[in-house]
Design a protein around this ligand. Structure first.
Ligand code: M1P
Length: 252
């Protein structure tokens, strides 16, 4: 049972597979449990790989700006506190236009020669602090998404592409991370989810910081923050599992 006061304990949550089913919306009973029982007991934050728009889609709209103390889209490369954006990283500034174009051109050429069961639109999504690369294009339907996720498990399209990119760009400080079903994220080394802790540490002194995530194995986008000594990591399989652990921590 946690004896800590609300402002002494911080709970950080991944989105996909932790607060919601993968790339799906939060379930009403989970939401009710969370806001009614957890929010009054602990400071709460989201650390997702996705951008803010996708968080709105999955977590029932813009109300998360009021409900969560902290929101860290794009691994915390964008920082939002009490509904206000307070900081943002910039991948263009960090890599420089020349390197960025070298990378984007290589990816586009690579994808143009890649055989996959379907191709749709938006193969690279350009975000503030990262690029999201999707071999079939992000504009696919849910059925197409699920189909490719299964295909990729068998054929390891993303893993092979990441190996090729690592070889080609061995001279550039980039990390590649598979956080979802159809794409992978690319960002400078160290700009993983632990980036959110930099902001927290600079402004707050929590006695405990807990992190809940599902992709906690090496190569998954929760690995670094889950295994960071500054957090107490909880590996979950689903929102149901998240609820179970929270119920134990707070003896609900
Ligand atoms: O939050 C996990 C991942 O969610 C999406 O992945 P996909 O579309 O492949 O399922 C993306 O927003 C990705 O950036 C993010 O890491």
């Amino acid at each position: 049972m946690s004896e800590l006061k609300r402002d002494e304990i911080l709970l950080l949550f991944d989105v996909d597979g932790t607060l919601t089913p993968p790339r799906n919306t939060v379930l009403p009973d989970f939401e009710e449990f969370f806001y009614k029982h957890i929010k009054p007991r602990a400071t709460i934050g989201i650390v997702g790989g996705s951008d803010l728009e996708k968080m709105f889609e999955q977590l029932n709209g813009r109300k998360i700006l009021d409900e969560f103390d902290f929101i860290f889209p794009e691994n915390g490369l964008v920082q939002i506190e009490n509904g206000q954006e307070v900081g943002k990283q910039n991948i263009i500034k960090h890599l420089g236009e020349e390197t960025l174009q070298r990378f984007i051109n290589f990816v586009l050429k690579y994808l143009s020669e890649l055989a996959v069961p379907i191709k749709r639109g938006t193969f690279i999504e350009f975000r503030n602090g990262m690029l999201n690369v999707c071999p079939i294009g992000r504009q696919c339907t849910r059925e197409e998404r699920n189909m490719f996720a299964a295909y990729d498990q068998q054929h390891q399209i993303r893993a092979k592409m990441i190996d090729d990119l690592k070889r080609e760009f061995h001279d550039v400080d980039l990390t590649y991370s598979i956080g979802g079903q159809i794409s992978f994220d690319v960002f400078p080394n160290g700009w993983d989810k632990t980036y959110s802790l930099r902001y927290i540490e600079a402004h707050y002194k929590f006695k405990e910081i807990h992190f809940f995530g599902d992709k906690t194995e090496k190569g998954g986008n929760d690995f670094e923050i889950y295994s960071d000594p500054r957090t107490i990591g909880h590996k979950v399989e689903s929102p149901h599992d998240t609820r179970r652990i929270l119920t134990e921590i707070f003896e609900l």
